[in-house]
Design a protein around this ligand. Sequence first.
Ligand code: SAM
Length: 398
Amino acid sequence: MNTTPPSQPATGSAAPNGATLRRRLADGLSASGALRSAEWRAAVEAVPREVFVADWFDRDDTDRGTLWTPVTGDKAALDRVYSDVTLVTQLDGHVVPSDVADPVHGAPSSSSTLPGLVVGMLEDLSVRDGDEVLEIGTGSGYSTALLAQRLGDRRVTSVEIDPNTSARAATALRRAGYHPHLVVGDGLDGVPDRAPFTRVIATCSVRRVPAPWLDQADTGAVILTNLSGWLYAYGQVRLTVHGPGHATGAFLPGHVSFMQARRDAPPPIDSRSAMAGTGEGRPTSLGPDILADWTGRFVVQGALPTVQHLRTRVGDDSPYLDHLIATDGSYATLLPQPDGGWRVRQGGPRPMWDRAERAVAAWRAAGSPPTAAFRLRVTPESQSVHLPHTDLAWCLPE
Ligand SMILES: C[S@@+](CC[C@H](N)C(=O)[O-])C[C@H]1O[C@@H](n2cnc3c(N)ncnc32)[C@H](O)[C@@H]1O
């Protein structure tokens, strides 16, 4: 374990310094229940987040869409660094705050996850002294530093897919006095040279648990990851590995989402068949509002694993149409009715909405339980999510 806290930036004013803000952050995280152990408290109090997030983008939702304002230099205030928020550090896979002077459009591709979530996940990982940890998604390097502080450098391996992000994290880790094993590569492949691991933690989400993580984990190892799909429904799951390729576990309470692992990102939507669809369809009691419910969306995504959601309208005064479009060209278009009800127009090889209706009916018949009621079973042949004591189950996509 690293015992010497890294040097503190000078403050030169009455404003609280890093050490004070770290203690306050730890107090807040203890009060919220994210921080539950003395070991992780010591790590939070030791790791200077400002070294890992020297600048970031602030989000601004405007009439022109979401704009990202670079926050650099003196504007990157220390109290913001130590607030319990996610700080976006890269857009579109390459743009960092120092690249731009004015607000820009873009999609976040790297961030320093909010400390409450990072620490809560580290607690959920049940780390013990001597664990060998594989982290997927180094990002800013802040969570990597917490792990290195808790376990010592040589027990921590962290993979980052983006070389520039990894290089920035490496510099920050060195500055803060940590030297874990960093790898640039696709974390979905794990790091076979450093196996076996006793703990695997992902700070990006995956569509299924990558087989290499299971192959590179010891029996009894814990894997903590976020599962998502192309409807952007998320479930945080903790698995115990029972032997080569075999693991079981439960989804965890709460609403946690992560940016998707780059390899698992959806393909461009081919909306041609849905747009060419005609006809009034049939009545349905399941409207698109199911997608606004965290677990309802999770159930629909499970039933329709290759589907993406698209909203369109022809003019400012016309209603929105919700389309669910699968990679095989199957689609369901939900048509709002004057009485507030819905009709569904389906086309392509598979009547998709029928499937969604059956899955949602089974979930509702079970009392609409939260995501945390679901379980995941992984074997070398399949990965299935199921709701115990019901017939509701689905396989995660290959
Ligand atoms: C939410 S950020 C990581 C947060 C980080 N743990 C922290 O505390 O700053 C997710 C990171 O995962 C990386 N990533 C995405 N897909 C990946 C993959 N397949 N393998 C490794 N890293 C990946 C992204 O480039 C991004 O930096």
